[in-house]
Ligand binder design. Structure first.
Ligand code: 6PG
Length: 242
């Protein structure tokens, strides 16, 4: 695991954008395409906008990139809460990609069916080869969740490399999420975390005692790949080893 600490949010975003370019180039050189699972929430929006900007858009062979979602809110894909809608506006539409390159979660189905169908879609995409994303992008909630692996939810104990529905009691909403085993099969996993509000969670996940019920992001440990953190000084403020 490598922790990349940057002085500012802007430097974190450029650091991860450069890493995205590098892993895309190496994946395409190795097997002709780049499969990436995007994260949602607020943090990655600026990353996606940066990748679609003149600074980076010509640095990736976008026609060889296939976009998945590490998790999705159980809302219509036109809802402001939708991770797909956020990525579509910030990255996918500006790059003028073919719809064939984009694999959204079908939230028109029931939560359970949406999860099952996404599992099927992913397995079909990787048919004949290992189900291993080239890159999984992750964020970190201030309660130490990642993707939609939330504290004290049954999905934390799921041993299958798949996609599952999660009901969040406190918010009374469903989410659809890749399980930790599926994420951990990736070649590369990168966290994007910035801001002082994340410092306690970053400390819990990286340095605190093993406690996946309370710090689910501790589940993320690639089986045969590399894990990198891209954080700013504020988010890394409580780390002893940085
Ligand atoms: C989501 C994300 C989630 C996110 C964290 C951090 O659907 O919300 O996948 O895991 O990465 O909640 O969110 P912020 O970047 O908005 O703080």
């Amino acid at each position: 695991m490598k922790i990349n600490v940057f002085n500012t949010e802007d430097e974190v975003l450029n650091g991860l954008a450069n890493y995205f370019v590098e892993t895309a180039a190496s994946s395409i050189a190795a097997h002709g395409q780049f499969s990436v699972a995007l994260s949602g929430g607020n943090s990655p929006k600026k990353l996606y906008e940066l990748l679609a900007s003149p600074l980076y858009r010509d640095k990736v062979e976008w026609n060889k990139v296939h976009f998945f979602f590490g998790d999705e809110r159980y809302v219509p894909n036109t809802d402001p809460q939708s991770n797909y809608l956020m990525a579509k506006k910030a990255l996918l539409e500006p790059l003028e990609l073919s719809y064939k390159q984009i694999f959204p979660v079908d939230t028109s189905l029931s939560p359970e069916e949406a999860a099952k169908k996404y599992t099927t879609d992913i397995n079909y995409y990787f048919a004949g080869v290992d189900v291993r994303f080239d890159l999984v992008l992750l964020g970190l909630g201030d309660n130490s969740h990642t993707a939609s692996l939330f504290p004290h939810t049954p999905v934390l104990h799921d041993k299958t490399a798949s996609v599952k529905e999660v009901f969040l009691e406190d918010q009374q909403v469903f989410r659809i999420t890749m399980t930790a085993p599926l994420i951990n099969q990736a070649h590369h996993i990168a966290y994007l975390v910035y801001g002082e509000g994340k410092a306690i969670a970053v400390h819990h996940v990286i340095e605190d005692k093993k406690d996946i019920e309370n710090y689910p992001a501790q589940l993320i440990s690639p089986k045969d790949g590399d894990l990198q953190w891209f954080v700013d000084h504020s988010a890394a403020a409580l780390l002893k080893s940085k």
